[in-house]
Design a protein around this ligand. Structure first.
Ligand code: ASP
Ligand code: MG
Length: 447
């Protein structure tokens, strides 16, 4: 069995939905994971925020606006009246639900229920369409098998329940399901965080296990660096699971940061493919690399980082200092991304500064603190052996014109990370691209 995931833009317009229906219509059995129609989840965020902050009237205005987008969508998508009728009824049901919340005593669980409607709508609309054109398809509701406990996917439950759900649904060519949404341990609707449809796909693919997981987007696979920041980029055809995980974690927008692990655990290859160019090679992420040995593979960047320098006059020979620091971050459920240490100080970074004030206060109890906001982590991913010389030197040398706030290497074999002030990001990324991929770029440019 294959698992195919299509993102928001791939289902974002009626003609895109029709296009992917053709793309998957090859007679082979598959599970299709869909995101919400592009823009919908953002609107749903606005809606639940309005319920919380401005009240019912403001929320209802936003709901009307979103609903108005779906009516022309439905008209263009289907050719049969019966499908239009079914889809119209679905939209009415979902939007009635969105209107049913109360502003007073608005709960976090209500927000999650609102957020789930995007994928519930897109999957039903797609199901009605593929049924209209005669494909043998069924819906397997993600809320029946996708479950988290303490915010993490419950892998055993998912594997067991998924199998049961598939058996119960009978034999079909297409099994359509929602990305992103799940149930939590309190039996409430929840989600796998923004961009979580990729994660759904790899959780399903890992649980079965599938023969292959395909993530379909609208660019041709993972690029060597971010095409929005650097002009001259090129697609990478092969990545190891470790390299892909580093890149996704450190800012490559094409993949959800957690989604590599389930596939890696079960050894299921993940392909990143382009709906606009379905025959292009894309990127294969797997255990086995690589036909063309190349030590530096790709560069990603993550903005909005806060660096905290923690100084202690008594760090010299003091044990327990790091433990004390980590406990503070644990208390405030804030994860640390990068870490460097010296004799007298520790520098670390966080990407979520919701609790920064409280964290700073707690740290000040035993150290001196300096904070730098608006920082960017640049992650150079590749295959870096401890026994080989030159890679780090090359990376740093390439950045000789740029002030570097932190450098971290050796944490794993697949990553060297550098922290810079965000104002140097574009220059740093371009310098790295030109410096580290000079040979490939030269070949490309002379073609
Ligand atoms: N619809 C969700 C989002 O926009 C999940 C996803 O698209 O992966 O974040
Ligand atoms: Mg995505």
């Amino acid at each position: 069995m294959r698992v195919l995931k299509f993102g928001g833009t791939s289902v974002g317009k009626p003609e895109r939905m029709q296009h992917i229906a053709q793309l998957i219509n090859d007679g082979v059995e598959k599970i299709v994971v869909l995101s919400a129609v592009s823009g919908t989840t953002n609107s749903l965020v606005e809606i639940h925020t309005a319920y919380k902050k401005e009240g019912k009237k403001a929320a209802h205005q936003l709901i009307d606006k979103l609903e108005a987008k779906y009516h022309p969508f439905i008209k263009d998508l289907y050719s049969e009246n019966a499908s239009i009728k079914k889809a119209t009824a679905l939209i009415k049901e979902k939007f009635d639900l969105l209107r049913s919340f109360k502003s007073k005593k608005f709960r976090e669980a209500d927000a999650k229920t609102i957020l789930a409607q995007g994928e519930l709508i897109s999957t039903h609309l797609f199901l009605y369409y593929v049924q209209e054109i005669g494909l043998n398809a069924t819906l397997i509701p993600a809320l029946d098998f996708m479950k988290t406990t303490d915010g993490e996917p419950d892998l055993k439950f998912i594997a067991k329940k998924l199998r049961k759900t598939l058996v119960k649904s009978g034999k079909h060519q297409l099994y359509i399901t929602q990305g992103y949404i799940c149930m939590n341990e309190d039996e409430e609707i929840d989600n796998l965080r923004r961009g979580g449809s990729d994660y759904t796909a790899t959780l399903i693919g890992g649980a079965l296990p599938a023969t292959e997981i395909q993530i379909w987007t609208d660019i041709d696979g993972m690029h060597n660096t971010d095409p929005r920041v650097v002009k001259d980029t090129f697609p990478i055809h092969e990545l190891s699971f470790d390299e892909a995980a580093e890149l996704a974690y450190f800012g490559a927008k094409i993949l959800h940061p957690s989604c590599v692990l389930p596939a890696q655990k079960s050894g299921v290859p993940v392909k990143l493919l382009n709906t606009m160019e379905p025959t292009a090679k894309g990127t294969v992420i797997s255990e086995i690399v690589t036909s063309t040995p190349q030590r530096v593979k790709a560069i990603a960047a993550k903005d909005g980082i806060t660096a905290i320098k923690i100084k202690s006059s008594r760090m010299l020979n003091a044990y327990g200092f790091l433990k004390k620091i980590f406990e503070v971050f644990e208390d405030y459920q804030t994860s640390i991304d990068m870490l460097t240490t010296s004799e007298v100080a520790v520098s670390l970074t966080i990407d979520d500064d919701t609790n920064l004030k409280a964290i700073t206060k707690a740290l000040r109890a035993f150290s001196r603190i300096e904070i730098d906001k608006n920082q960017t982590i640049i992650c150079v991913a590749g295959e870096f052996k401890h026994t080989e010389a030159g890679v780090a030197a090359k990376v740093i040398n390439t950045l000789k014109e740029i002030p570097l706030r932190m450098i971290s290497s050796g944490g794993s074999r697949s990553n060297i990370s550098i922290l810079v002030d965000s104002k140097y990001k574009v220059d740093a990324m371009n310098a790295l691209n030109e410096g580290l991929f000079a040979d490939i770029l030269k070949k490309k440019r002379t073609k």
